[in-house]
Design a protein around this ligand. Structure first.
Ligand code: 13P
Length: 342
């Protein structure tokens, strides 16, 4: 099937009461790991690329790798999503390249670092909605600011200082016309999220419940949602790594979010850790090896295992065959019928 709109995948997830993991990629092995996990679990797949990933991979390589995934996994609905677009121009270039979903992160200025004000965020996000919806492409916006820096993107603020305000969220969704809202609830990008297992004081899941009460039909997105599992930290450190003890977002907290309107869950760090642990292990146990396949194969398998575990935990498993893809042109028609955002 052709690549599908993220809006369709999230609408279906809302109907079924489950969440869908959105996994970041930078290369062929990561795309293969996600697609194999999707096939194993019969899951829809959201593959996302940051600006950094697009420049590392080169758009043409990324596009053709994704076309290979579409050809080789015809039974899987696949979304290609721009993660953290920093400007309307970035989102436009993604749409021109064939992405079926874009994130306009207007919570930060185009430098990807400086927190932006609300009116700026509304203006750029609405501009992207108009451009993307004309072509049937889904738009994710963000309100509030996450902690941590990823691929050079992030304000590195105290994540508690910029949580999403529920009343402002209502205004933001109405004025922009977005399909999905990324919320700030105390998470950060990267491995170092919490210094101990998080309580409700630092991982404010209650904020998601409040927003869901005010916006029951809005798809919410949890960023910075890697669980940073202890076993992956241990593997990395056992084989010469130097990760400091850290804690991520427990899977059961994500499941609580899914019960309250979270439909997309962003995971990157867990995949990176799985890959790094597997490669370190081969290097230590087999210093005589020099064929990249000797370490890339176990690396790919380790990422597949973590993605599979998340697909099962988020509830998306078994749902790949639930629906036929709606063409983007039909989504464009649908958006035309919607009241114009003010
Ligand atoms: P993690 O660093 O927790 O994997 O978050 C990834 C993310 O939110 C990408 O946008």
């Amino acid at each position: 099937m052709p690549m599908v709109s993220m809006r369709q995948v999230l609408d279906e997830a809302a109907k079924g009461g489950y969440g869908v993991g959105a996994f970041n990629v930078n290369n062929m092995e990561q795309i293969q790991a996600i697609m194999e996990a999707a096939r194993e679990t019969k899951s829809p797949a959201i593959v996302q690329a940051s600006r950094g990933a697009r420049s590392y991979t080169n758009d043409r390589f990324l596009y053709h790798l994704m076309m290979a995934a579409v050809e080789l996994y015809p039974e899987i609905p696949i979304v290609l999503h721009q993660d953290h677009g920093n400007s309307p121009e970035t989102c436009k270039s993604a749409i021109d390249m064939g992405f079926t979903s874009v994130m306009m992160d207007g919570s930060l200025m185009p430098d990807g670092k400086t927190p932006a004000d609300f009116e700026y965020n509304v203006r750029v996000t609405k501009e992207v909605c108009e451009m993307a919806h004309e072509r049937g492409v889904t738009v994710e916006g963000e309100l509030g600011t996450l902690g941590g820096i990823e691929d050079g993107h992030g304000a590195d603020v105290d994540p508690m200082s910029h949580l999403t305000d529920p009343d402002q969220a209502v205004e933001f969704v109405e004025r922009t016309g977005i399909d999905a809202l990324a919320v700030a609830i105390g998470t950060s990008h990267g491995a170092y999220k919490f210094s101990k297992k998080p309580t409700g004081e630092v991982l404010v899941m209650s904020r998601i419940e409040e927003i869901h009460r005010k916006l029951p039909n809005c798809h919410m997105v949890m960023h910075g949602s890697s669980s940073v599992p202890q076993d992956l930290q241990d593997i990395i450190n056992k084989y010469g790594g130097q990760m400091k003890q850290t804690y991520g977002v427990p899977v059961e907290e994500i499941q609580r979010g899914i019960k309250n309107g979270v439909r997309k869950i962003n995971v990157d760090t867990d995949s990176r850790m799985a890959i790094t642990g597997a490669i370190r292990k081969v290097f230590v146990e087999h210093p005589e090896h020099f064929d990249p396949r000797d370490y890339l194969k176990p690396a790919r398998a380790a990422m597949q295992a973590v993605v599979k575990a998340r697909m099962l935990a988020f509830g998306q498993a078994g749902h790949a065959g639930d629906y036929e893809p709606i063409p983007l042109a039909s989504f464009a028609e649908y958006y035309k019928q919607q009241p114009v955002a003010v």
